[in-house]
Design a protein around this ligand. Structure first.
Ligand SMILES: [Cu+2]
Length: 162
């Protein structure tokens, strides 16, 4: 009889749907690597003017066992945030250029620090005021993202440690 089978089937089906919903709960697709990324020590300096770019620094650690590729950065603080590489040529002239995509090996750390790689915050949408914070989202080639809150330190700060 169909009614008997229907009542028998229903709990099993709803249980299966519940399990499926639980599995899909994070909404995001399964990322290949970036879910193991930890971002630490984000900070930036107060800016003198919105007409000058700001810079932010942080450390990205790949705690997984697959390489991850950092391919961009996003923040509502700046229209054009970009990861830059600083270098000094033989004549002692330093310059910077977009870093492009950066692969981070399993277990490796990528440090963005003054004098080296940094997040350049171009086209600031508001002044960077000491004591305030802003959110910075790092994007990875597998579609994963990590958002951190970066404190804005003083104009002469050398790092979050003071
Ligand atoms: Cu730069």
């Amino acid at each position: 009889m169909t009614t008997e089978r229907d009542t028998h089937m229903k709990p099993t089906l709803s249980l299966a749907l519940a399990a499926l919903a639980l599995f899909a709960a994070p909404l995001a697709p399964a990322f290949a690597g970036s879910e193991d990324v930890v971002v630490e020590g984000a900070w930036s300096r107060a800016s003198i003017s919105v007409n000058r770019p700001g810079a932010a620094y942080l450390t990205i650690r790949n705690g997984g066992d697959a390489p991850v590729t950092l391919n961009g950065v996003r923040t509502d603080l700046a229209m054009m945030p970009e990861i830059h590489l600083s270098s000094t040529n033989a004549a002692g002239v330093s310059s910077m250029s977009p870093a492009g995509e950066i692969e981070i090996a399993p277990g490796a750390e990528l440090s963005l620090a003054p004098g080296g790689m940094h997040v350049m915050l171009m086209e600031l949408q508001r002044p960077m005021i000491e004591g305030e914070t802003f959110d910075l989202t790092l994007t990875f080639s597998d579609g994963g993202e990590v958002t951190v809150t970066a404190p804005i330190l003083g104009v002469a700060a050398r790092g979050p440690g003071g």
